[in-house]
Design a protein around this ligand. Structure first.
Ligand SMILES: [Fe+2]
Ligand SMILES: [Fe+2]
Length: 259
């Protein structure tokens, strides 16, 4: 069994609040009797992409478990590289591939500089096909990106989702090794299918964005009251994907029912 924890939309903004929420989540993961094999962070790491926000993220997301990150629409590729990843600045897409035991995790950069909506560019598609060609022939593959490639009945996010999703769908449906697609961006835990495979959207550690039945702008859009939440993905020996969503209570663990 492989256990992959997913955090998303941490939105580091130099406030103590968003940092403390990520620290609570990282502490929760570090204290698990069976710790995750990998931690994935699926974009909107920072709120506005400044070096100071990435420095805050870099400290809070430090772990002795591998942490792999991809950018979202609130991120800045150059600062993401220099101040979070510690690599030279560049504005090309930040795609990466990682092996976690038998699992291959492919992280795609769906951000479009200066735009809230997402798109996988030509260079990213070429890179994805090469990454799949290099992946083990008999191992499972998870593909992660920030922007959901289909509508989620989320009025705020559906208008800034992934453009041209059909191209990604063709790749996902054609490759039997792809066991699922992971996204962020929606600030809501969502389970659906995409191209015939499971598609899981991770909640945000920072806030909750309502569905079509909840949102009533301008006063009722984002909810900052709920505690941070994450997704925990289990990949078993038959390479099926099972996901638990977990709220990490800021008040800590409660082993007995309250009086
Ligand atoms: Fe976000
Ligand atoms: Fe986003």
């Amino acid at each position: 069994m492989i256990l992959a924890a997913q955090l998303s939309d941490t939105h580091f903004d130099l406030s103590a609040r968003n940092t403390e929420r990520v620290e609570a989540v990282m502490g929760y993961l570090a204290d698990l009797p069976r710790r995750p094999d990998v931690i994935l962070v699926t974009g909107d790491i920072t709120d506005s992409g400044t070096p100071e926000q990435y420095a805050q993220a870099r400290t809070a997301l430090r772990a002795d478990i591998p942490v792999y990150l991809l950018p979202g629409n609130h991120d800045d590729r150059a600062n993401f590289r220099t101040d979070l990843l510690g690599v030279p600045a560049a504005t090309t897409p930040i795609n990466s591939v990682h092996r976690v035991g038998a699992l291959t995790v492919i992280l795609l950069d769906s951000s479009v500089p200066g735009e809230p909506a997402g798109l996988l560019g030509e260079d990213t598609f070429d890179w994805l096909l090469a990454a799949l060609a290099d992946a083990p022939a008999d191992g499972p593959v998870l593909i992660a990106l920030h922007h959901p490639p289909k509508p989620l009945f989320s009025p705020v996010v559906d208008v800034i989702a992934l453009a041209d999703p059909g191209r990604l769908a063709a790749v996902v449906s054609a490759d039997p090794r792809v066991i699922g697609v992971l996204t962020g961006h929606a600030h809501s835990p969502v389970a659906t299918t995409f191209a015939g495979k499971p598609m899981i959207t991770c909640p945000s550690t920072a806030s909750v964005l309502g569905g079509a039945w909840e949102v009533a702008p301008p006063h009722r859009v984002m909810d900052y009251a709920p505690d941070p939440a994450i997704a925990l993905h289990v990949i078993d020996e038959s390479f099926s994907l099972t996901t638990h969503f977990r709220t990490v209570a800021m008040g800590g663990w409660l082993a007995e029912p309250p009086a």
